[in-house]
Structure formats: structure tokens, C-alpha cells
Design a protein around this ligand. Structure first.
Ligand SMILES: Cc1ncc(C[n+]2csc(CCOP(=O)(O)OP(=O)(O)O)c2C)c(N)n1
Ligand SMILES: [Mg+2]
Length: 466
């Protein structure tokens, strides 16, 4: 089922009710005091009242005993829990599948019952341009890795709608904690093709001075925390940052992106729980693309995706069609509003499909059907969907498409070639910027590296070109 109205599910808030006050009154009747140990010794009570032989009990008249029945009980945390008399285990398979909010059909037409967001033409074309730029960069950089020009790369095929839609729904001042497959978020904020290329080539133009693997981007200017390879480490960090924003009463939130696989890591739980209990202004954004490298989601969880967990943490939660850039945009805008105005975390689960291999170290045809990949690319691609919308509006045709593709390809190749000719970052920078004064252990390692390079000078091109 797919929803046409963005409705973010809120967990029920429990408060002490009148019903509860009545219950307390009942609990303070003397008969309950046996259990509280205030009027008599518990053992005596049990012996007298409960352990009597049944033969004597048989003659006790119950006609004048007034039973009072509690309808609910108040538990720690000020939670009023209603009582029932039937055993009723809740089996998740009996519950409805969490619906996904959607605006556009696969062909780009506006879904019946949905509202066209009517974004201005220039905004929509900009969205499309960034999606096309990301796809072009992916294609060229992926090939560059295959040619041995860069050491590693990760593509975002199928997820451009998530990147652009969500980035456009945030304020540029919001702090991003991403996983690695979110280059389009940074691109939307203005990170240039040259900056992407310089980072992937670990050259002097890389602000991280070549100390990170390719695609581990970061930018102070664009409020984008540097990517960290160990999965899910960004979640507790993001929760902590949002708590700091809250305490400082800042008019900004944290947006934290992660994959379905990252949600299987231990760090996921304390991060969400911390943000929920501290009521932090953060949007947790899950890109559910069906795989954690080769592990399909059916081997990752038994619940209803990641969305079903949000309510368990007491979080406002929504599921969205991740291949619908408008739906992602609307949902992110509203999530940001809730996070900021209501000072509470929000969970978004965007449903999509990882069209490419996990990374250049992976061959996904070994664990999934080629036809499956083809079918997603052909039938449910976010960029094509947006193009369909633009064509229907009369804003786009083959002519504009051809022109854009040519421009983007030229720009990417130009950035790639320029990055390739820049000198690599200085090897000695490996040891700088962390400590004010280098500790002995680091000095030893630095010395060791120099000795190693002196021994094998042909193997290294230090400070030179690739
Ligand atoms: C702590 C840790 N465990 C394992 C890995 C290896 N690893 C890298 S990416 C990945 C899969 C993550 O999948 P998901 O979160 O769904 O993101 P996606 O790649 O699908 O975008 C794994 C297992 C890692 N980087 N860190
Ligand atoms: Mg995944």
C-alpha cells in the first residue's frame, strides 16, 4: 500500500488519567496493604487467606464481598497500562505493512489523490541536474577505478532521488552525518566536481590531505562530517551533536544518513534511544536499498524494515518511496520541522534499490539476478521518474537532455583529468593535525616510514604525480 498524504506516525504519549487516580484510591484500601507489608506480616496473610484447605473455603459466602476491578495500572515512567483478560501475543505478521508515502508514479505522473508540490521550474530542473551530475560522476569515476586511476569508488545508482530530495528538504546549516553513499547530498550543497575528484585522487586539493579512502568526503563549509568507514559510528556521534544543538538552543538540526545494513549494528540502538530520551532535534534517515553488500534484507531483519523500530523508540516515524524525489523532499521538510519545533527525533525509512555493485571491490551479479537489477533500472529509476514529470510539464525534451548530458560529462572529465595531474598530498601529512606535539609512538612510526621508503624508493612516488 502506498500513502498519498505524508503522515508521520507519532507514538502515543501516556499520562496519568482520572482513571489512574481512582486506581490509586483502590490500591490504598487495607486489603492491598497486606502486600505492601504495612498492616500485617505477609506470611501470616498467605497462611490465613490463601493456604487454607479448600474444604473450608467452600463454605465462605461471597455474596457480600464487593470486588473492585482495576481497568488500568500506573507504572514507572508515568505510564498507564490498560488491563485485559485474554492472552494476546502480538505477532508482527498479523499487522499491516507500513505504507510508503509517494507523490509520483513510476512514469512521473502525479499519483491520484496526491498533491503536486508545484515546485518552481528552476528548482525542479536543478534537482534533475544534480541527479544527472551524480550519475555522470559515478559512471566516469567508476570507469577510472577500473582503469587503475583511482583505488576505490562507490556509486549511488538508484539513490539520487533520496540524496537530492532530502538535501533540498534540509537547511544548508543543518549538520550532516552520512555513511558513504550520499555524495549527492554534498553535491546539492555545492561541493564541486573538482573537490570530489581531488578527494578520490588523494591529491593536494583534498582538504583531508589524502588521509582518507576515496569517497570518504568531508566539508566544514558544507556542514558535512567526514565519512568514516566503520559502519554506524556516525549514529551515536550524530545523536550527541544534536543534543549539543539542543542545549545551545540553536536553530539547526542534525541529519544522519545510514543504510539498512548499518541498522543491524549495535551502535544503531543507543543512538536512537539516546536521541529519543534526550529529545534531540535529529532526523535519522535510513536508505533501505535492499542489501548490505551481499546480504539481502531478508537475512538482516524479521520485522517490517527499519520504520517499525522507530515507534519502539518513541520516535515520530515515516516510510517513503525513495525513488520519488518529491515525496522524499516533502517528508524531509516535515521531519525537519518536527525535529526543530517539537525538539524530538524523527526516523525516515526511504525504500529503494541499490542499482550498482556495493563498491568497486564487489561483483553483485554473484548474489543477485542480472534481470532483477535491469528491471529496477528500467522500471523504477528516480531520475527517469523526475524526467517524466518535467516532460509532462513541457519543461524537458530530448534536446535539453542531450545538452545536459554533454555538459555534465565534459565537466566530470575535466575535473578528473585536472585531479590526476595534481601532485599527491605530502606523505608527511599523515602524521600532522592530530596532536599538538607528536607523541613518541607517532615519531617512531614516522621514522619507520621514511626508512621503508628509502629502502624501496621505486615503489613510491612521494609528493609527485600518480
Ligand atoms: C563495523 C563494520 N562492519 C562491517 C563493515 C563492512 N561493510 C562495509 S559497508 C557494509 C554494508 C552496509 O550496508 P548498508 O548499511 O545497507 O549500506 P549500503 O552499502 O547498502 O548503502 C559492510 C558490512 C564495516 N565497514 N564496518
Ligand atoms: Mg543497504
Amino acid at each position: 500500500m502506498i500513502r498519498t498524504i505524508a503522515k508521520i506516525a507519532m507514538p502515543a504519549r501516556h499520562h496519568a488519567s482520572k482513571q489512574f487516580k481512582k486506581t490509586i484510591g483502590t490500591a490504598q484500601q487495607p486489603r492491598w496493604n497486606y502486600f505492601l507489608g504495612t498492616t500485617t506480616n505477609t506470611t501470616t496473610f498467605l497462611q490465613e487467606k490463601l493456604l487454607q484447605p479448600t474444604s473450608t473455603k467452600r463454605f465462605i459466602s461471597t455474596t457480600n464481598i464487593k470486588h473492585e476491578q482495576e481497568e488500568s495500572g500506573l507504572y514507572p515512567g508515568n505510564v498507564t497500562v490498560p488491563y485485559v483478560s485474554e492472552i494476546d501475543f502480538v505477532k508482527p505478521e498479523a499487522m499491516d505493512i507500513w505504507p510508503a508515502f509517494r507523490i509520483l508514479n513510476n512514469d512521473g505522473s502525479v499519483r491520484e489523490g496526491a498533491t503536486d508540490p508545484d515546485l518552481p521550474k528552476d528548482v525542479v530542473i536543478n534537482m534533475y541536474t544534480v541527479m544527472a551530475r551524480l550519475a555522470t560522476m559515478d559512471k566516469v569515476f567508476y570507469d577510472a577505478q577500473r582503469q587503475g586511476r583511482i583505488s576505490f569508488y562507490m556509486t549511488s545508482g538508484g539513490e539520487g532521488g533520496i540524496h537530492v530530495g532530502s538535501a533540498a528538504g534540509l537547511s544548508d546549516d543543518d549538520m550532516i552525518y552520512a555513511q558513504y553513499r550520499e555524495a549527492g547530498v554534498l553535491m546539492w550543497r555545492g561541493f564541486t566536481l573538482q573537490q570530489f575528484a581531488d578527494q578520490c585522487f588523494s591529491n593536494v586539493g583534498d582538504p583531508a590531505k589524502g588521509r582518507q579512502m576515496p569517497v570518504h568526503y568531508g566539508s566544514v563549509k558544507y556542514n558535512f562530517q567526514t565519512i568514516s568507514s566503520p559502519l554506524t559510528t556516525q549514529l551515536p556521534q550524530a545523536a550527541g551533536a544534536s543534543y549539543a544543538f539542543k542545549n545551545a538552543k540553536l536553530d539547526r538540526i542534525v541529519a544522519c544518513y545510514f543504510g539498512d545494513g548499518a541498522a543491524s549494528e549495535g551502535d544503531f540502538h543507543p543512538a536512537l534511544n539516546f536521541a529519543a530520551t534526550r529529545e534531540c532535534p535529529i532526523v535519522f534517515f535510513c536508505r533501505n536499498n535492499g542489501f548490505a553488500i551481499s546480504t539481502p534484507v531478508k537475512d538482516q531483519y524479521r520485522g517490517d524494515g527499519i520504520a517499525s523500530r522507530g515507534i519502539g523508540y518513541g520516535m515520530a516515524t515515516i516510510r517513503v518511496d525513495g525513488n520519488d524525489v518529491f515525496a522524499v523532499h516533502e517528508v524531509t521538510k516535515e521531519a525537519r520541522r518536527i525535529a526543530l519545533e517539537e525538539q524530538r527525533p524523527v526516523l525516515i525509512e526511504a525504500m529503494t534499490y541499490r542499482q550498482g555493485h556495493h563498491s568497486t571491490s564487489d561483483d553483485s551479479t554473484r548474489y543477485r539476478e542480472v534481470d532483477e537489477i535491469k528491471s529496477w533500472k528500467e522500471k523504477d529509476d528516480p531520475q527517469r521518474r523526475l524526467r517524466g514529470y518535467m516532460e509532462e510539464k513541457g519543461w524537458w525534451s530530448d534536446k535539453e537532455e542531450e545538452k545536459l548530458m554533454k555538459e555534465e560529462r565534459e565537466a566530470v572529465l575535466k575535473a578528473l583529468n585536472a585531479a590526476e595531474t595534481k601532485p599527491t598530498a605530502e606523505m608527511d601529512e599523515l602524521f600532522t593535525d592530530v596532536y599538538d606535539e607528536k607523541p613518541q609512538q607517532l615519531l617512531d612510526q614516522e621514522k619507520e616510514l621514511h626508512e621503508h621508503i628509502q629502502k624501496y624508493p621505486d615503489q613510491y612516488k612521494v609528493g609527485g604525480h600518480h
